[in-house]
Design a protein around this ligand. Structure first.
Ligand code: 5GP
Ligand code: MN
Ligand code: MN
Length: 324
């Protein structure tokens, strides 16, 4: 499916439901809200749904307050259900049943792990962010990108490229960012809003996670964990932990970092990052997750002591396979 065909489908339909992946990040929220704002401006009926609670540091995004926590007993039907930045219907959480309540489904994504689950699939793993694809679709619709969409798309691209630092950043990424900046958005404070916006509770929880770091395999693997039993009177509920792993990855000897975050008594969210040659997506797919070669994740149910060593072994094997 090419972007122009999706642009045509968006133009001719009038009733839309939008969603993205659970544990939403800057790309999923920014991409979804850019589409929301542009379709609204075109006079369409648009609902934007989340299957999860939202990180509050993205509350500056236009349309953020319109996001509705989806409930399965909602009976509204739609012409088109658009899923952005998401590899499968399952990853939309509660929103997955919107596919049965819509005539057409569209999947716009940039993950290598994508099951081409919709009627129309635009999946391009060369795009740094789903936001790049949404930018192209809006352009192909022949609609002006206003400040509202620009702020959302800039945020989407900024967050998935780590502020234009990661190797997924291309000249196209910068050209799109330049075009978005030309709309007059206040882009220089976005980094502060997203990443330098901590409460004392956030920083103390980060401290707990950082102090758990252990290194393996000649310090090429960094392992970090955050267990519910570590928290004491700190509150994990509203803490955005997504960038904690960067500190483990940034250790100068490290090629691959793993962050294990306990979310329930028997449920753990694993985040993986690599620098150069380890494909962490392959390891995550083994555990039912996925993502990109250098940033991927999965959820494991069970006891940490039953899978911790096995996952570290997988990382050691991946280092060996990489021949380093
Ligand atoms: P994070 O570690 O920040 O949660 O996720 C890193 C990347 O992997 C993101 O692109 C995210 O969408 C993807 N990812 C994280 N967890 C999962 C998962 O359980 N399944 C799949 N398919 N992708 C995931
Ligand atoms: Mn994402
Ligand atoms: Mn993304």
């Amino acid at each position: 499916m090419i972007a122009s065909e999706i642009a045509a489908v968006l133009k001719i339909n009038s009733n839309f439901a939008l969603s993205a992946h659970i544990n939403p990040d800057g790309d999923s929220l920014g991409s979804m809200l850019a589409l929301y704002n542009v379709l609204k401006a075109m006079g369409k009926n648009v609902k934007v749904f989340a299957g999860d609670s939202l990180p509050s540091n993205y509350s500056y995004l236009p349309g953020y307050d319109s996001i509705v926590n989806y409930s399965e007993d909602m009976d509204e039907e739609f012409d088109v259900f658009i899923v952005v930045d998401c590899g499968s219907f399952d990853r939309t959480g509660k929103c997955s049943c919107l596919s049965e309540k819509s005539k057409i489904s569209i999947n716009i994504d940039h993950h290598l792990t994508n099951s081409l689950f919709a009627d129309y699939n635009l999946v391009d793993s060369n795009s740094s962010a789903a936001g790049e694809l949404i930018y192209q679709i809006i352009k192909l619709m022949g609609v002006d990108i206003r400040k509202e969409e620009a702020l959302c798309l800039y945020t989407a691209i900024f967050s998935d490229t780590g502020g234009f630092r990661y190797s997924n950043t291309t000249s196209v990424t910068h050209q799109i960012a330049g075009d978005l900046i030309n709309t007059g958005i206040n882009f220089s404070n976005i980094y502060e809003l997203i990443y330098r916006n901590y409460s004392l509770n956030d920083v103390k929880i980060m401290g707990k996670a950082l102090s758990s770091i252990e290194l393996y395999s000649d310090a090429k693997i960094a392992y970090m964990e955050l267990l519910l039993s570590d928290l004491g009177d700190l509150n994990l509920e509203d803490v955005n932990t997504s960038e904690f792993i960067d500190y483990a990855r940034d250790i100068n000897t490290v090629e691959v970092a793993l962050f294990v975050k306990q979310v329930k008594a028997d449920e753990y969210k694993l985040s993986f990052r690599s620098k150069n040659y380890v494909d962490v997506r392959k390891i995550c797919e083994k555990y039912g997750g996925g993502g990109h070669a250098k940033a991927a994740g999965c959820t494991i149910t069970g006891e940490l002591c039953d899978f911790r060593d096995a996952v570290i072994k997988d990382l050691q094997q991946a280092l060996e396979d990489g021949g380093r």
